[in-house]
Structures are given as C-alpha cells and as structure tokens.
Design a protein around this ligand. Sequence first.
Ligand code: KG4
Length: 340
Amino acid sequence: MSTIILGIESSCDDTSAAVIKDGFLLSNVVANQAVHESYGGVVPELASRAHQQNIVPVVHEALKRAGVSKEELSAVAFTRGPGLMGSLLVGVSFAKGFARSLGVPMIDVNHLVGHVLAHFIKAEGDENKHPSLPFLCLLVSGGNSQIILVKSHSQMEIIGQTIDDAAGEAIDKCSKVMGLGYPGGPIIDKLARQGNPEAFKFNKPHIQGYDYSFSGLKTSFLYSLKDWIKEDLNFIENNINDLAASLEKTVVDILMDKLKKAAKAYGIKDVAVAGGVSANTGLRNAFLDHAKRFGWNVFIPKFAYTTDNAAMIAMSGYLKYQDNDFATIDMPAYSRVSLK
Ligand code: KG4
C-alpha cells in the first residue's frame, strides 16, 4: 500500500501545503504574503491573519493538484517550530484537527530539519540524486547560519553556528542601509551580477572553530559607507553594483571558509546547502567551484526548495512515518528550538 503524506508549513510568512507519495512529490503549493513588503519586514500579527485566510484553500489546492483525496492520506505532517508563534499556531492547529478528523497519525517536523531533508525529495523527471550519509549541510537563512553534520535522517549535530546575526539577516540589513527593498537578498544577488566583487573590502570575523559571526560585517559596511558618503553624496547610487558584489563575496567567503575547514576535518566529500540564502548565485557558484577544486559532491536545492515550502515538511514527515515516529495531540508549537 502507498504511503501518502500531506505536509503543512506556516512558520513565517508563507502558507504552504504539499503531498508526497512514496517519497515522490506530487504537489507543492505556496501562498506568499505580499502584505509585509511595505513594512520592510514580516509583521507577525499580519502573518498569522494571512495564514488563517490561506490555510484551507492552500491545502485544498495541494490535494487537488496531487490528485489525492483526503481519505487517501496516511498522515499529516506539520512544522512544529521554530518560527513565529502566531504563524505556527495556525498550521499546527489545522494539522492536528485535520489528522484527527481523518483518523490518521500526525507528525511534527522541525523546520530546520525540513530544510536539510529537502535534499531527499524525489520528483518525477528529476535526477533525484541525494547526498550519502554522513554529509555536511550549510543551512543559511534569514534566521540561521549553521554547519550541520547529518549522520542520519533523525540524527543531526550542529558543529558550527552564528554567534550573532545570520548571513541572510546581515545581507538584508546592509541592503536596508543602502535604501534597497525587503528582503534584500534577491536584490543584492541581482545587482551583484553586474558588479566587481573585488571593488571594496569589508571586515571578516576571526572566530574559533566552525562558528560564524556576521554582526561585525554589518558594522564595517555601515561605517565604510558613512566615510565614503562624506566624500561623495551619491556614493551609493554611483557604486551600487560593486557594493552589492563586494558584500556578497564577503558573505560567501566567510561561509565557505568554515565549511571547507569542517569538510576537511570530518573527512566528508558530500556537502549540501539549504535555506533561503542558498538561492544566492554567488554562493551556488562557490559550491560548484569547491566541487571542482576539492572533489566535493555538492547538493544545491532547486529554487522552490530554498525558501519556506511544505515539500520539505512532507518529505521529513514521510521519513518519520517509516520510523513510526508520530506526534501526540498535546505537543505544542515551539517558537525557538535547536535541531532536536
Ligand atoms: O529560509 P528563508 O526563506 O526564511 C527565513 O529565514 O526567514 O530565508 C530568507 C533569507 C532572507 O534573508 C533573504 O534575503 C535571503 O534568504 N535570500 C537571499 C536570496 N534569496 C533569499 N539571499 C541572498 N541571495 C538570494 N538570492
């Protein structure tokens, strides 16, 4: 008999539902929330209200596109955390109620684990190659910058992480300083393609081990800009592409430097990247470059799996289903949590 999992994701500002059948993705529907754009960041109360409006139509659409009826579902997987509490509550409550009404098990998924396990999603017509265990995964998003040693689907160890800001957060803040829109990551990426990455130098951190720090870069960027603007009032406009390219290069260099050290120390050749910042062209190119130079087998997710999506939650749920690892109705959402 087939195993069909409905996955639900509502940790931040995307409402998403996906269906996975025997490990193969059948549908992945994402409703974005444009309402936050004019505020320059996600407004939690508005996010939960939008989830309330979106959750039923999004789940309905995911089932429809998958050609699956709700009675055929084997289990309902949901993001339990970390994330915004109000947003999580919508998905968690819906998933629990839906699973209960269908009489099927519910499966709680850690959002960060979901990003890592996105590498195991299979889809009809895709190459469907996935990393061999153990592998290293660089998880980089607006809230996280971590190097994770993935020993199995259920056993992961964070061997390095940011001690202050996340990489995406630093890029977004620097972009805000330059008066660009939100989120800054995709804008910086686009501008950087036209710029010279060697044009400007910004401070890089000196942190022991495999940990990261990005708050110094943010400060260095801000103070350098202030100095340059004293000389030329239109400095930002005149140098926007070079600024974006140099900022991107600095972030990518910082990320890859520690990842390279970790891969060497752990003797690992399978290296993956995940999270919103993995959409970045400079970072993707750096992965391809490291594959050539160091013989790494690199795993770069499809764009659809880089940002928040329910496909990765359904996949994680599918793997937990194989282990009979189910949630209970009394499990609350959690806003902050590490990998496990
Ligand atoms: O994983 P994610 O969607 O969710 C949160 O962590 O909230 O990551 C969002 C982050 C933001 O900081 C955004 O600016 C960054 O990912 N991002 C990018 C790109 N696309 C999204 N950063 C650099 N280049 C991109 N192309």
